[in-house]
Design a protein. Structure first.
Length: 382
């Protein structure tokens, strides 16, 4: 509890331990008085608002968030109710901070000093990531229906067109024979495209078994290195204590091979020299509810593919896993959509993160049930 004394009317104070705890909170937190002047801000708030605590203490809340923001209503309501008020999906973006900043907020009156209200911001990044995965799922289902229709309505006529061209080819002159060959090649290309799209219509249950994710990544590394230019290097930084994944090894290889090849191609576009870094880590604490079930699962297994290419444009990033969205001049935009489908079938999520240089694709997956977390494994081995 932060205690405000009469000697420090402008700034809440308290025991050093209390201040250390508040500064250790990962979420931005500020305290405002009855004039909505900021009296205290933790370290996360300094980072979030891109200003030091001394600068923030010279401003009012209205200087940090839009004047029409529901934040002010939540503060007033918390003060009137002398309780806790929650608001969700609140816009707090400004031209200085960026216009697309949505947060959940929690406001509460300090019991011992009711003139002060605590305002805590909870960034909606993970919620948005999950929501994007659900959006990608709906898009994949749309492609699934389209793929089924295309397979029935297009592949059969294509076979007839190709067969007719092959029958005509021997009786044609050299120039016309080239056109017949072109017809065959183009029908083959369309057939291959339809075959790729048919993957989205496959809703059969996966043949899942315990999979060592590092064995998958080593196989991916071998395949990626075999087809890369000499100027690209591949490094890995693995957490050897990761428990196994309950999944399909071949499909997981396809996921990370697609991501690794995309990383290599991005580096080629940037100048044929660069680095791909593959990392794994255990990230406890990420929980979500499975659609259609009340069960909450954890996604502690993290696999990242980092590259030093030119990066994915920011405006394209939210839709990068949708079908037919691509940054490649000759790309079809199905590779990452397939990645999202396979990861979703394994109960995980995948996201695209922009960096100062390059791009990171992060995959979060559940660990095999009945296995211990890394710390528990270490304790059991002693």
């Amino acid at each position: 509890m932060i205690v405000i004394t009469s000697e420090t009317a402008a700034e809440p104070s308290g025991a050093p331990m209390a201040k250390a705890v508040v500064d250790a909170l990962p979420n931005p937190l500020v305290v405002v008085d009855e004039d909505e002047r900021i009296c205290m801000a933790n370290v996360a708030a300094e980072n979030y608002f891109q200003a030091s605590s001394n600068v923030l203490l010279r401003h009012k809340l209205g200087d940090l968030v839009p004047f029409s923001s529901p934040v002010f209503g939540a503060v007033a309501q918390a003060r009137a109710m002398a309780g806790v008020v929650n608001e969700y999906a609140i816009a707090v973006g400004t031209p200085r901070l960026g216009g697309e900043r949505l947060v959940d907020i929690q406001t509460a009156v300090m019991v011992e000093q009711p003139r002060y209200v605590i305002v805590m911001l909870l960034e909606r990044s993970m919620a948005h990531k999950i929501d994007r995965q659900l959006t990608s799922r709906a898009a994949a289902r749309s492609v699934s229906g389209m793929a089924t229709m295309l397979a029935h309505e297009i592949k059969n006529p294509l076979a007839g067109i190709r067969g007719a061209a092959q029958l005509l080819e021997p009786a044609l002159g050299s120039e016309d024979r080239a056109l017949a060959r072109l017809i065959c090649d183009e029908t083959d290309r369309i057939r291959d495209l339809v075959d790729q799209m048919e993957v989205f219509s496959d809703e059969r249950p996966l043949d899942k078994r315990p999979v060592n994710i590092h064995a998958v990544l080593e196989r991916v590394k071998q395949l990626t290195v075999a087809g890369m230019h000499p100027g690209v290097t591949v490094r890995e930084d693995y957490d050897p204590s990761l428990p196994p994944v309950h999944g399909n090894k071949d499909q997981l290889v396809q996921v990370f091979l697609n991501l690794a090849k995309n990383a290599a191609e991005a580096i080629y576009q940037g100048g044929d020299a660069g680095e791909i870094l593959i990392t794994t880590a255990f990230r406890p604490g990420i929980r979500l509810t499975v659609p259609g079930s009340k069960e909450r699962i954890t996604l502690p297994l993290e696999v990242c593919i980092h590259d030093t290419g030119p990066g994915v444009p920011e405006e394209l990033r939210p839709n990068i896993f949708d079908p037919f969205v691509t940054t490649k001049p000759a790309g079809r935009g199905l590779g990452l959509a397939l990645v999202a489908k396979i990861v979703r079938d394994h109960g995980g999520i995948v996201e695209c993160i922009g960096r100062e240089r390059g791009t990171t694709f992060r995959v979060l997956m559940p660990m095999l049930r009945g296995t211990a977390a890394p710390r528990e494994i270490e304790e059991d081995s002693n």
